[in-house]
Design a protein. Structure first.
Length: 181
């Protein structure tokens, strides 16, 4: 009986330890990247258009999963297709701008913790430029949809519970002695 009680105490200790580790790790896992700043700044009034747009995030961004577009008041793209990533900074080149008005910077990136981050920023061109627009912007521009797609926390919780349950079953089964014949 004493051996069974010792195994039960060990199991309770193991479960408690796993729960504490899970609770301590949860705040770090829930802290996702966010847009810390942009150049041009959100709401900026510019007499001449920028040659590039730069977005700075709170943590590193994964390369290859980044999209940044600049769409003018005419509904056309004014950004190049390729973005560049340098740690927490993402940038895209911008062609010489055309019509005066509001330009929208839309972005969708994947942070180092694999969480998609999307949104928009705007700036206003106060004086018309002489640039030629690119193709018409897609109707589903990055940053206009859901920010979902990250790994759901409930999957981790269910997995942890299943692992603890399996461990408990193995520990209890291992405590039984084999029948003697």
């Amino acid at each position: 009986m004493s051996a069974a009680r010792t195994r039960l105490q060990q199991l309770v200790g193991l479960v408690t330890g796993l729960l504490l580790v899970g609770l301590l790790a949860a705040p770090a896992a829930s802290a996702h990247a966010f847009l810390a700043g942009s150049d041009p700044a959100d709401g900026a009034q510019l007499a001449t258009g920028p040659t590039s747009v730069t977005l700075t995030f709170s943590e590193a961004i994964q390369e290859g999963f980044d999209t940044v577009t600049v769409v003018g008041p005419d509904g056309n793209l004014w950004s190049h297709d390729d973005t560049s990533v340098d740690g927490a900074t993402v940038s895209v080149g911008v062609t010489p701008l055309g019509p005066a008005g509001s330009y929208t910077i839309a972005y969708r990136v994947v942070s180092a913790d694999s969480h998609p981050v999307s949104g928009t920023r705007t700036f206003t061109l106060t004086e018309a430029g002489t640039g030629t627009p690119g193709r018409a912007a897609d109707t589903a521009a990055p940053g206009t949809g859901s920010t979902g797609g990250g790994f759901p926390v409930w999957v981790v919780v269910v997995g942890a519970v299943a692992l603890v349950g399996a461990g408990a079953a193995l520990a209890l089964r291992g405590g039984r002695s084999a029948p003697t014949g």
